[in-house]
Design a protein around this ligand. Sequence first.
Ligand code: LLP
Length: 418
Amino acid sequence: MEPCHYEGEALWIERACLTDIAAAVGTPCYVYSRAALEQNWLAFDAAFGDYPHQICYAVKANGSLAILDLLGRLGSGFDIVSGGELERVLYVGGDPSQVVFSGVGKSKAEIRRALQAGIKCLNLESDAELYRVDDVAEQLGLKAPIAIRINPDIDAKTHPYIATGLRDNKFGIAVEAAVETYRVACAMDHVEVLGVACHIGSQLIELSPFLNALERIIDFIFELQNEGIELTHLDLGGGLGIRYGDESPPLPREYIVALLEILHRRDCALPVSIEPGRSIVGNAGVLLTRVEYLKENAWRNFVVVDAAMNDLIRPALYQAWHDVLPVKRADGKHSKVYDIVGPVCESGDFLAKDRRLATAEGEVLAVGSAGAYGFVLSSNYNARPRAAEVMVDGDEFHLVRPRETFDQMLGHESRFPG
Ligand code: LLP
């Protein structure tokens, strides 16, 4: 659970004590490490060396303004999937010319706004979308920069909900069909064909699916070249996995070096964009939660905490495993095996199962590797306000999103009129 470590009995993140943060801000609360976030981004950047590249952080993994702001300051580009994510990037001064727009269902309004903002590239996922983009660009009197996302039919060997590169998935255009899409695009007046894009899934813990996808894309690029279609960039998507428990995914450096080796061997020198999300922010964050009750029956022991599936849905949705650590280490003698559950009225509301812990009412627990797809997937289910978010920087911490209030939760609704 980097970047946390115990000093004596207390759990720290950078040089800030998590007990102090929980006391000051309350729980549930997401806590991020600026240093971890930046190191993770810089690891990708350094691995490319002189090779022309662009790192477009996948905003969907965690779109909190403080995170976008810090990454933007490092020079990051952004991968967005909605008009809302574009507004977030623009709000923090992100450079639109470094933004790529992915997703199967872009609305006309989203396409219009993205083109007007001057983003780098729309990654298109269907012929219908190509025609729509051409139309919108014509109305605006400009040329839309595009790439086509191809679906290479490769098994990413990850949870089926987050595998995207198989032909049964809704994403991309099959390699066999995509040549024709490029022909059509090249003949359009309001489209400028820049590149090719691919994203085969998320939380990949092996290199081989990435490398097989790259080989297939390079074959495809050569096929286009034979047709006289020259591309100027290659977007390889995101997907590099992180360590939640006992996985040992490749390091960013190993991943990038392996990609560059293939590009070199295949004599392909196109500039590369990548769209990492989880591998930048996942292990830079934890979720703090306080124990409300210990509850036991004849069969199981429960720790009922104040965070729930509305705060972190990954265990319920993907059977995801997150580490759980006490922020104040207790005497192991009294440990028991517990399910760590929230207050939401569903049996699917658990953060972890079968964990040996020594804890007590009022203690704070840290749920690890919660920086990616944590806060962004949170909701107001059971009318629970959304958690606070804190960014730690050395020995300081900053409240970057206060806990949602009941007024904020209710304020934009109205009673039935009349
Ligand atoms: N690019 C595209 C086109 C994507 O669809 C995604 C993730 C990424 C980049 C970033 O992938 P990453 O580097 O973060 O793996 N909610 C799920 C993950 C959904 C991923 C969706 N697409 C989870 O909590 O595991």
